[in-house]
Ligand binder design. Structure first.
Ligand SMILES: [Zn+2]
Length: 354
């Protein structure tokens, strides 16, 4: 895979994505498709935290939600005649595409292990994925892409081989879905305002300097931020938004509060005080390179933190993040938050000490 000769970021990333000056990252060929460059372990910790808070397993719902969303997306991308052709000749091409995206976007290393596709009931395809950024997302996406191409309802199973290795065998088989989710509203469309961040960028490929300073290991599909030591990945917020909506529909009204709380706990465990105390400009850059929006106001004091994040997404997760950030900065054990996500895309948050 080719890299920028100046900064080393894969050309697949700089050609595929645009980091705008208003804190929004989008796909170049589909500017309505928003993306994030975010801590990859955030997803696993978020779901594990919600499971712990509500005491119920989530994985089957997360996988099914991602399957449905990915199938819809691929079906929109590839019209039916193209999918019919792909059914016969395209499985390897699809896996090749998934593997390339995975390595460039930090999803781990994906390989085809074996397959039997004879258009019978015992057809299957087995892939291996090593160090996935989020196993349930991978399972759902892999299944949704397979279904869009194959056309038949299928289910997924996985096994860690050997146990503890973070190397998984993931098999799709023909058969009914273990859960059927209720219909839900479409995930929110994001509203954007212009802003001028003036991000420092690589003069060759245009990737922001903070992103380009990360290490892309293209063999293993792992992106590491050397400043924080944390693993990063590129994924869309709307898929996560849809998963959170499905969890709320299936499991009830306690979910939004559990999302905020889980993200608060993750932030407290993960972020360091130095990362948050650089003032508005530093926090603004941190959020913008992640594609999380444009921090227009930031009043940070001992008693309260008040902020406005323009072009926001994932409001529950952001409120949890800001509560955790406030607690880290003030050394408090607890906080409360009042917040509003406005139709123009502004997320207004006020965190106070308890
Ligand atoms: Zn570059």
């Amino acid at each position: 895979m080719r890299r920028c000769r100046n900064c080393g970021v894969p050309v697949y990333v700089s050609r595929g994505l645009i980091w705008h000056e208003n804190g929004v990252v989008v796909q170049r060929r589909d500017p309505d498709h928003r993306m994030l460059f975010n801590e990859s372990e955030n997803l696993d910790h978020l779901f594990a935290g919600i499971e712990e808070i509500i005491g119920l397993p989530l994985e089957h719902i997360v996988i099914e939600s991602k399957r449905r969303e990915t199938r819809e997306y691929v079906e929109k991308l590839l019209p039916y005649p193209a999918r019919r052709v792909a059914r016969y000749v395209g499985l390897r091409a699809m896996i090749g595409y998934l593997g390339t995206t995975a390595r460039a976007y930090g999803f781990g290393e994906i390989r085809l292990l074996e397959k039997r596709v004879r258009f019978r009931e015992d057809d299957y395809v087995t892939m291996t994925v090593k160090n996935p950024h989020c196993l349930s997302f991978y399972c759902g996406e892999n299944l949704g892409a397979w279904e869009a191409i194959d056309g038949r309802e299928s289910r997924v199973e996985y096994e860690e081989v050997p146990p503890g290795s973070r190397n998984y065998r993931v098999t799709n088989r023909i058969g009914p879905h273990p859960v059927e989710l209720s219909d839900r509203l479409a995930p929110p469309r994001y509203s954007y305002k212009p802003a001028m961040l003036d991000l420092e960028r690589c003069p060759t490929c245009g990737i922001p300097r903070r992103v380009a300073s990360c290490r892309w290991d293209l063999d293993s599909g792992i992106i590491t931020d050397p400043e924080t030591g944390r693993r990063m990945a590129i994924y869309g917020p709307s898929g996560l938004e849809a998963v959170l909506m499905d969890l709320e529909t299936e499991l009830g009204e306690t979910i939004p509060e559990a999302v905020v709380e889980s993200q608060r706990r993750y932030t407290r465990r993960t972020f360091r005080r130095e990362e948050l105390e650089g003032g508005r400009e530093a926090v603004r850059e941190m959020l913008a390179v992640r594609g999380l929006g444009f921090l227009s106001d930031w009043e940070n004091g001992e008693k309260r933190l008040r902020l406005v994040l323009q072009n926001a997404c994932l409001p529950l997760i952001m409120v949890g993040f800001f509560r955790g950030a406030y607690e880290i900065m003030t050394g408090r054990e607890e906080s409360g938050a009042e917040w509003e996500f406005r139709p123009d895309g502004d997320l207004v948050v006020e965190v106070t000490g308890r």
